[in-house]
Write a protein that binds this ligand. Structure first.
Ligand code: ATP
Ligand code: MG
Length: 445
């Protein structure tokens, strides 16, 4: 992409309304524009990151056998009356009436709707287990939308729903998702800790929140110091091996980690750290709470009709954009982990009017694209200082700085945004360095 033709409205000044780094940088880096309280337009650069996160989330859902579908944002109130949650949900639910005076709502979550989908088709244990998910916008009329996309009113969520015959099978489904979540966060370059959680209005008796530790987080959490250097990747665990999965789950849940609501001191270790965090996912096993009230029944092996065992599994996809920035930035701007960076490389042309400089940039731009590297080329005829500042602000992992002075001795400068390290690299080797390095890190999972 050529910056001169792109839609990247960067801002020099910090917007007053932004209290935390991620909100500040998302506005300044031209990723989002606010349209109303907790409602945003995703501008081209922001959308690229959102899509990359979405795709990694999708990859890991598919990897454990969940199937993607897409349910509507607008739901009928009738389903919610069946489950009994229409009155219970309260003011966070945006209620709408259509022209026929039918009560509708903008979905804050989809337990009811997926239960209705399920009961329409599945009648026998022979068709179980099943796991369906979608990545769809939700609306919750939050009392206090704030921190940009971290607590929006309209936000993008991945929500998955599992269906099993027995509690034992449902717990296995839960453990598979637990593993998929840890793999997802690792692929996003984050260290996220699973914590014992309350089930809240979703209901049920087994639940974990996935929390990214951060000073600016809204949740107060209590964690065993051991978490700080534990391997959270789940990389050696194969989800089809119940033995491996069970062992991994037991290991992960035996080390203390609790949110403010669940921290009761029972089993808390001596080396307990009290800190804050951002909730980037929440999973629940709730058994037959919805299948009983909504009559999602299946025949078991004995020919008896029983309510299906369910769980639900959410990831805050749009919140993750902010959370990743909270974990990866400095005073100058964002430092994207390679797997979610909007572009892998930025080329800075220091002197557009210099023929050789522009020639070299164009050649590099073309070659990188041919090598399947996402590249943003700053070909604007503006001053170098502003270009450096913008490139640091938008936080692409690599910068290639090309100017007449370096070219005299046949070199360009290569800068790694994460560490600030700079190297002079010969024109001949720059392609090689970038393509080999980038191949390793763009894979992401
Ligand atoms: P919170 O306690 O932060 O309000 P929640 O418990 O209401 O979250 P869930 O219903 O479990 O959230 O939703 C699943 C995920 O969706 C959460 O883990 C979070 O990452 C994300 N999420 C929830 N509410 C919002 C919001 N208002 N804006 C952005 N993301 C959200
Ligand atoms: Mg909430």
């Amino acid at each position: 992409m050529r910056l001169s033709q792109y839609f990247l409205p960067t801002l020099k000044e910090d917007p007053k309304e932004a209290e935390i780094a991620s909100h500040r940088f998302m506005l300044r880096a031209g990723m989002i524009k606010q349209n109303g309280a907790g409602i945003y337009t995703w501008l081209p650069m922001g959308l690229r990151v959102l899509r990359k996160i979405e795709n990694l989330v999708r990859y890991h859902q598919d990897s454990v056998g969940a199937h993607e579908c897409l349910m509507p944002t607008i739901q009928s109130a009738d389903l919610w009356k069946e489950s009994g949650r229409y009155d219970a949900y309260g003011k966070e639910m945006l209620r709408i009436t259509d022209r026929h005076d039918r009560e509708m709502l903008y979905g804050p979550t989809n337990e009811e709707m997926i239960t209705d989908v399920f009961r329409s088709y599945i009648k026998s244990y022979k068709d179980l287990p099943k796991n369906l998910y979608h990545i769809q916008w939700k609306f919750r009329d939050e009392i206090r939308p704030r921190f940009g996309v971290m607590r929006g009113r309209e936000f993008l969520m991945k929500d998955a729903y599992s269906f099993d015959l027995t509690k034992e099978d449902a717990v296995y489904s839960y453990q598979k998702m637990f593993l998929a979540y840890l793999k997802t966060y690792t692929s996003l370059g984050l260290r996220v800790i699973p914590m014992k959680a309350d089930t809240g209005p979703i209901g049920g008796d087994l639940s974990h929140e996935f929390i990214l530790l951060a000073e600016t987080g809204e949740s107060e959490v209590y964690v065993d110091e051991k978490w700080m250097d534990m391997d959270l990747s789940g990389k050696d665990v194969f989800y089809k091996s119940r033995g491996q999965l069970d062992k991994f789950f037991k290991e992960m849940t035996s080390v203390y980690a609790a949110t403010d609501e669940t921290h009761d001191g029972v089993g808390a270790p001596a080396n307990l750290v009290k800190t804050r965090g951002i909730e980037v996912g929440h999973i629940f096993y709730f058994g037959t709470k919805y299948s009983e009230s909504m009559k999602a029944l299946v025949q078991n092996k004995e020919g008896k009709t029983v309510p299906v065992e369910m769980g639900s599994y959410g990831i805050g996809v749009s919140r993750l954009v902010g959370a990743i920035i909270e974990a990866n930035h400095d005073d100058a701007g964002i430092k994207w982990p390679a797997s979610v960076a909007p572009y892998n490389v930025g080329i800075i042309n220091l002197k557009v009017s210099d023929e050789e400089t522009t020639c070299v940039c164009e050649e590099l731009y073309k070659n990188l694209q041919a090598a399947n590297v996402d590249v943003l080329y700053d070909d604007r005829d503006t001053n170098a200082g502003g270009k450096f500042a913008d490139m640091d602000l938008i936080g692409l992992p690599w910068q290639v700085i090309v100017g007449p002075r370096g070219l005299k001795s046949g070199v360009v400068e290569l800068k790694k945004r994460a560490t600030g390290e700079k190297h002079e690299v010969s024109l001949e080797s720059v392609m090689n360095t970038l393509t080999t390095d980038i191949k390793d890190i763009t894979q992401g999972f």
